[in-house]
Ligand binder design. Structure first.
Ligand SMILES: [Zn+2]
Length: 65
């Protein structure tokens, strides 16, 4: 996954991120918990860890440079 892919689903906003679909927010101190999508969200019920994904992307980018 690239940062561009990640940004189709999430928006990083200062100290938190939010889902592009349901706009629910999550802070880094909750990074270990599955993202709490709203029940009407397209990805409701999908287990996702967006902070973990972001960390993985940044690590991969650093290796490539
Ligand atoms: Zn959502």
């Amino acid at each position: 996954m690239t940062l561009q892919d990640w940004e189709t689903r999430w928006t990083l906003d200062a100290d938190h991120l939010h889902c592009q679909s349901c706009k629910v927010r999550q802070w880094p101190f909750n990074a270990g918990q599955p993202f709490p999508h709203a029940s009407e969200c397209l990805r409701s019920g999908v287990t996702e860890y967006p902070w973990g994904e972001l960390a993985g992307i940044l690590r991969a980018e650093r290796v490539r440079q």
